[in-house]
Design a binder for this molecule. Structure first.
Ligand code: FES
Length: 152
């Protein structure tokens, strides 16, 4: 692990030192700074806090907010809320996974894209919809979505 990452983790641990119930906020903060929680990161946190790796992995696997793999430069959020589901969201996700050659909620090998299937994005009138980073795309079709992705 990079020395700079160790420094980042250590300074976060120092902020939480001596407090109770630190594990979740500590992991959130480390993930915010480093993007994800690698095995090395977990090992280091365990060594510094006396919380066992098993306990840390227990929390990481229980809460979906935690990631153990790096995320892509572009986050594609495909809506699978009711309106989008009815309007064809499964076909949209399938086209994206096929275009990027990844599995469900995966990240491309070149770390360019991470795809997440999410609940309602709040723009149901545009169903089926997705967001890439901060930009919303609506009334999608499998063909349209392939084109959008390939333009990134
Ligand atoms: S259900 Fe997809 S935007 Fe609301």
């Amino acid at each position: 692990m990079k020395v700079s990452n160790i420094d980042i983790i250590d300074s976060i641990i120092d902020q939480f030192k001596g407090k109770d119930g630190i594990l979740i906020p500590l992991l959130q903060e480390v993930q915010n700074k480093l993007g994800y929680l690698s095995n090395d990161t977990v090992r280091h946190i365990a060594e510094r806090t006396q919380i066992t790796p098993a306990e840390i992995y227990g929390v990481i696997t229980f809460y979906t907010q935690f990631r153990t793999k790096p995320i892509g430069e572009n986050i594609v959020r495909v809506c699978h809320g009711t309106a989008c589901h009815v309007a064809g969201a499964p076909g949209i996700s399938e086209a994206i996974y096929d275009e990027l050659d990844i599995g469900k909620n995966g990240t491309t090998d070149d770390l360019k894209f991470t795809v997440e299937e999410v609940a309602c994005l709040g723009c149901c009138s545009l169903a089926p919809a997705m967001m890439i980073n901060d930009k919303t795309y609506g009334r999608l079709t499998p063909d349209k979505v392939r084109k959008i992705i390939s333009n990134y």
